[in-house]
Structures are given as structure tokens and as C-alpha cells.
Design a protein around this ligand. Structure first.
Ligand code: ADP
Ligand code: MG
Length: 249
């Protein structure tokens, strides 16, 4: 009995290792605007494997944030299919999407989006409340994550008492706290100076090196060069998708 449960688990893990974390097909996103329809995503197919480090690039208005919001289950497509970890999320209800988002996705925004009157520790612990963790579990895990992002000495600070880079570290901690399948970051260095940007990108490199799947939207070549694969979007269509050549030396 126990043996068969273990075998089932191994089988499930092996299958999960083979299927892409993200598989989207024919994704279209239109927005009604007055009498018109704005066609933003015009048919996107994409597979992203577990452990990839992807930069999503493209001019302003090309649909990068729209695509990230769909990948992050913050929005749903007009047409097309989306499988996240083998689960079809295209037809889920708002409640089901909220649950998937909490469990599987860590989102990092350009403007940090922290609760202003809440400490770093409580900002990071917040997603664990929705995940149903006990208070002691939440505190232990949030402390661990804040140490990992280099903020061991800032846990009781509120966002206004932190620098931009530190705020983004808190937001990254919050994204990591539920151990999601993917980390999505939409221009995470867009509000930071170049030195702080580099520190934040080094942190994403570490997070990736620990086995996480990371997708970063950026305008900047300096940021994109941290990734192993660069996907370019122009006017709602993928125009190029290049993997960095592995250097075996
Ligand atoms: P990017 O992140 O690449 O700069 P966005 O995905 O934010 O681009 O936006 C792409 C296009 O979609 C823009 O032209 C924008 O005006 C339009 N758009 C985005 N969201 C909406 C919306 N809710 N309603 C109407 N148009 C939208
Ligand atoms: Mg954007």
C-alpha cells in the first residue's frame, strides 16, 4: 500500500518533470474600448519548461504586460488555451484562478505593490494566510525568505522605511513565500537605478539557480542578458524566440 503510494508519487513527479510548466496555444486577448475592439495579443503559442529563465522583450505597447497577466492568472484570454503545470486554466472560475495564483505563481511588479502600513515580515507572510498556513508557520517561513533575499535586518520595517531596492526584495520574498511553480516579474527593475537593478537581477539569478522557473519582462538588454532565453513580442505576436547557446568550457 505504502509502496504503491510512493510509486504513484514518483510517477507523478516524473510526469511533471516532462510536461512544460507553461503551455499556451492560440492565445488571443482583445479589449473592448467604446465601440471598438483593441486587439492586443494576436495568437501566441509558447512552451516554457521547468527551470527555464526567460526574458520577454518588446517595445512599449506590444502586449508584454497583457501576456504576463494571463500567464499569472490575473486575467483570462479571449480565445486560446493555457495549461499551467498540466492543468487547464483556460476555463477556471475566478475562485479557482485565485487559488492557482496563490499556489503556483509569484508575481513581482515594477511598482512593488506592497501594503504600505504593513511590515516587511507581514507583507511577505500575507500570501500564506490565503494558503491556510498557521501563524507560526507563516512567521517562520517569512523570516526564512526575508533572510534569503538579504533583508534579515529589515523585517520590522514598513515600505516607507525601505529603499526602492529593499522594497523590491520584500516583493520578491512575497512572490517566493508559497514556493510557486513560476516567478513572473514585469519590469522589476523599471523603477530602480542601475546599481540596484544589477543587485535585483543577481537575486533573480540566485532564485533561478535554486531551480525556479523565472520569466522577466524588460526593455533593457542588460537585464535580458541574465536570462537563458529571449522571447520578443511586437504588436501582439512573437517575432523571435532564442535560446542562449550553452558554453561548455
Ligand atoms: P506592454 O506591457 O508591452 O507595454 P501592454 O500589454 O500593457 O503593453 O499593452 C498593450 C496594448 O494593449 C496597449 O496598446 C494598451 O493600450 C492596450 N491595453 C492594455 N490593457 C488594456 C485594457 N484593459 N483596455 C484596453 N486596452 C488595453
Ligand atoms: Mg508593460
Amino acid at each position: 500500500m505504502v509502496k504503491s503510494i510512493i510509486l504513484q508519487k514518483i510517477k507523478k513527479t516524473a510526469i511533471q518533470a516532462m510536461i512544460p510548466v507553461i503551455k499556451i496555444r492560440g492565445i488571443i486577448r482583445n479589449f473592448p474600448l467604446g465601440q471598438e475592439i483593441v486587439k492586443v495579443l494576436k495568437g501566441i503559442d509558447l512552451d516554457i519548461e521547468r527551470g527555464e529563465y526567460v526574458a520577454l522583450m518588446g517595445p512599449s505597447g506590444s502586449g508584454k504586460s497583457t501576456l504576463m497577466n494571463l500567464l499569472g492568472c490575473l486575467d483570462t484570454a479571449t480565445a486560446g488555451s493555457y495549461e499551467l503545470n498540466g492543468k487547464n486554466v483556460s476555463n477556471m472560475t475566478q475562485d479557482e484562478l485565485a487559488e492557482i495564483r496563490n499556489k503556483e505563481i509569484g508575481f513581482v511588479f515594477q511598482t512593488f505593490n506592497l501594503l504600505p502600513r504593513t511590515t516587511a515580515l507581514d507583507n511577505v507572510a500575507l500570501p500564506m494566510i490565503y494558503a491556510g498556513a498557521s501563524k507560526s508557520e507563516r512567521i517562520t517561513r517569512a523570516e526564512e525568505v526575508l533572510k534569503d533575499v538579504g533583508l534579515a535586518d529589515r523585517m520590522d520595517h514598513k515600505p516607507s522605511q525601505l529603499s526602492g531596492g529593499q522594497r523590491q526584495r520584500v516583493a520578491i520574498g512575497r512572490a517566493l513565500v508559497n514556493k510557486p511553480s513560476i516567478i513572473l516579474a514585469d519590469e522589476p527593475t523599471g523603477n530602480l537605478d542601475s546599481k540596484t537593478s544589477l543587485e535585483i537581477m543577481n537575486l533573480f539569478d540566485e532564485i533561478h539557480a535554486q531551480g525556479n522557473t523565472v520569466i522577466v519582462v524588460t526593455h533593457e538588454a542588460d537585464v535580458a542578458k541574465h536570462a537563458d532565453r529571449i522571447i520578443r513580442l511586437i504588436d501582439g505576436i512573437v517575432t523571435s524566440d532564442e535560446k542562449k547557446k550553452l558554453n561548455n568550457n
